[in-house]
Design a protein around this ligand. Structure first.
Ligand code: C2E
Ligand code: MG
Ligand code: MG
Ligand code: MG
Length: 294
């Protein structure tokens, strides 16, 4: 009787759950087609050297232009791609497209490409990186790979080995969303990294009246730790001048966020880098804001 009552109580939720499961299934079926149908795009968000105010490169961020649902955010489709294994093909594609696009940018601007846990653990990542570099002609030191802590925790020896081989190619390694994962300081010491990206949750609070002091203590501690380990720090999600000022004063090397620009489509990125190269970052930002506001 207790069981029946339990089932009765769950009844009202079942249709909703079923609907959700069906939505996921249909989205997954669509995602299987997305790559071949050309519905995936790479967009690029500028990264700025805080001390000099110079553009140093971009983070590549994937977008899915779904024929009926519109632009589906990566927070929705990347997890699906991970669970289904589609991320292996999508990730190889992302590396190639990002390297090809970056190879057309002037100067020695870098591109940072996200690699998720499944991709790091179960795809021939080193091969995909080598192929992308060879086919695009991009110099290896202009490519950066961004990994999260979850990707590195599974098999630490394999992770160290793979990262060491990628770095031997000249590729840079960034640890993404730092401070939100199961940060173990012990493994940080042993991983061959170039940069720590401080998670935007900490950055958002930097200029808060009440939460600010604690956020500043955390960000400053992460920055000191990075410096002691010989790593650069990147602050993601900078939205205000106040946050930028606090970070610059701390000595944080690189900043990224809506304050500078959102992720731009490929052609807008190309226009942005060419203008920044000729007339400076301020001119490129102004032109970008003008074109995005009509
Ligand atoms: P992430 O690698 O931490 O990327 C940074 C995210 O923060 C991006 O979201 C970016 O648009 C957003 N962001 C940047 N500046 C600001 C800001 O000032 N304020 C706010 N509120 N947000 C900001 P996006 O593009 O939605 O991507 C979400 C996540 O999806 C990424 O987080 C990354 O984990 C994953 N992702 C995106 N593209 C790829 C990809 O090509 N491959 C893989 N494996 N994962 C990807
Ligand atoms: Mg990232
Ligand atoms: Mg991040
Ligand atoms: Mg993130």
């Amino acid at each position: 009787a207790a069981k029946a009552a339990g089932r009765d109580r769950l009844m009202p939720y079942e249709p909703a759950l079923q609907q959700e499961a069906q939505d996921r299934l249909s989205l997954l079926a669509d995602l299987r087609q997305a790559l071949d149908s050309g519905e995936l795009e790479m967009h690029y968000q500028p990264q700025i050297e805080l001390a000099s105010g110079q553009l140093i490169g971009f983070e590549a961020l994937m977008r899915w232009r779904h024929p009926t649902r519109g632009l589906v955010p990566p927070s929705v489709f990347i997890p699906l791609a991970e669970e289904s294994g589609l991320i292996v093909a999508m990730g190889a594609w992302a590396l190639l497209v990002a390297c090809r696009d970056a190879a057309r940018w002037p100067g020695s601007l870098r591109v940072a490409v996200n690699v998720s846990a499944h991709q790091f653990e179960r795809s021939p990542l080193e091969l995909h990186v080598i192929e992308a570099l060879e086919r695009s002609g991009l110099r290896a030191d202009r490519l950066e790979v961004e990994l999260t802590e979850s990707a590195l925790l599974q098999d630490n020896h394999r992770a160290i080995d793979l990262l060491t081989r990628l770095r031997a190619l000249g590729v840079r390694i960034a640890l993404d969303d730092f401070g939100t994962g199961f940060s173990s300081l012990a493994y940080l010491r042993r991983l061959p990294l170039d940069q720590l990206k401080i998670d935007r949750a900490f950055i958002a609070d930097l200029d808060h009246a009440r939460a600010g002091a604690r956020a500043r203590a955390i960000v400053s501690a992460i920055h000191d730790l990075a410096q002691a380990l010989g790593l650069h720090t990147v602050a993601e999600g900078i939205e205000t001048v106040g946050q930028q000022d606090v970070l610059a004063e701390m000595g944080c090397s690189i900043g990224q966020g809506f304050l500078f620009a959102q992720a731009l489509p490929r052609d807008a990125t190309q226009a942005f880098v060419e203008l920044a190269h000729r007339e400076g970052l301020a001119a490129a930002r102004e032109a970008q804001l003008e074109s995005s506001h009509g």
